[in-house]
Design a protein around this ligand. Structure first.
Ligand SMILES: NC(=O)c1ccc[n+]([C@@H]2O[C@H](COP(=O)([O-])OP(=O)(O)OC[C@H]3O[C@@H](n4cnc5c(N)ncnc54)[C@H](O)[C@@H]3O)[C@@H](O)[C@H]2O)c1
Length: 257
């Protein structure tokens, strides 16, 4: 590792599993102190323990990104512990399956609460700290599902489209404070979230669902959490100092067709 985040403090939401966990490990390996926020405190503890076992610095934070008081408290605790905040990765999300006719109103509200309002609340709480640090980077994890339609995932698609729009608006509003805001749109990445979707797509058969999905990926494989975490690392660091308002796909060419 090359110490690309040495001296920086990063908060990663939803870092108890999947892409967020791998990002926490990578950021810490690159020198950052990492706040590992998750609604599932035990998962956050496990990620923080993984990081510590490799000699990195991380603190587990149990918080729900949809609860303003919990988010504000989490930011204050992290800054009190490490003295500053340089990077926020808005990664926490849920993917509720259903079309516009089969998805419930509750599913819609929950999807927007976590995936969109969560980004709003965490970013709002982070901005004063990022500003105090002289600027920083916010990385929003959107999805190719915010750029193209995906069957039976209506609320999720709409929520990720909203994250893409919010990214552009935030980039404009926060540029004067030296805060860059970019979004990553991953294609299918093998995590717990994607496994459920693949199984449903294959009518209960995970392998069949994966084969159907893989057929849409020109690069011949699905994504790995590392593919997304390394892009988040690039956006978080100084190498991306001229990037803001960018919406970047990392999808093996899926959305290029
Ligand atoms: N896996 C994919 O194929 C894929 C594709 C495109 C985009 N993404 C996006 O990447 C991000 C990470 O996805 P993943 O596959 O690692 O998912 P995941 O389900 O493995 O991890 C999501 C984490 O978020 C946490 N979380 C959920 N609700 C929360 C809340 N209210 N407050 C705090 N934490 C909460 C969960 O506990 C979990 O640890 C998400 O934004 C997702 O939409 C994933």
């Amino acid at each position: 590792m090359t110490g690309r985040l040495t001296g920086k403090v990063a908060l990663i939401t939803g870092a108890g599993s999947g892409i967020g966990r791998v990002a926490a490990e990578l950021f810490a390996a690159e020198g950052a102190a990492v706040g590992v926020l998750d609604v599932h405190g035990d998962s956050a503890e496990q990620t923080a323990a993984h990081v510590a076992a490799r000699g990195g610095r991380a603190s587990a934070i149990t918080a729900d990104v949809t609860a303003a008081a919990e988010v504000d408290g989490a930011l204050h605790r992290l800054v009190a512990e490490y003295g500053r905040l340089d990077v926020l990765v808005n990664n926490a999300a849920i993917d509720l399956q259903g079309s516009i006719t089969t998805g419930t109103e509750d599913d819609w509200d929950r999807c927007f609460a976590v995936n969109v309002k969560g980004v709003f609340l965490c970013s709002r709480a982070a901005v004063p700290h990022l500003t105090a640090a002289g600027g920083g980077s916010i990385v929003n994890h959107a999805s190719v599902a915010g750029l193209v339609g995906v069957r039976n995932l209506a609320a999720y698609c709409a929520s990720k489209g909203a994250v893409i729009s919010l990214t552009r608006a935030m980039a404009l509003d926060l540029a004067p404070a030296g805060i860059r805001v970019n979004a990553i749109c991953p294609g299918a990445v093998l995590t717990g979230m994607m496994e459920d979707l693949m199984r449903a797509r294959g009518g209960g058969d995970l392998a069949a669902g994966m084969a159907e999905t893989l057929a849409k990926y020109p690069i011949g494989r699905l994504g790995r959490p590392e593919d997304i975490a390394s892009l988040a690392l690039h956006l978080a660091g100084d190498a991306a100092s001229f990037m803001t308002g960018s919406i970047i796909t990392a999808d093996g060419g899926m959305s290029a067709q």
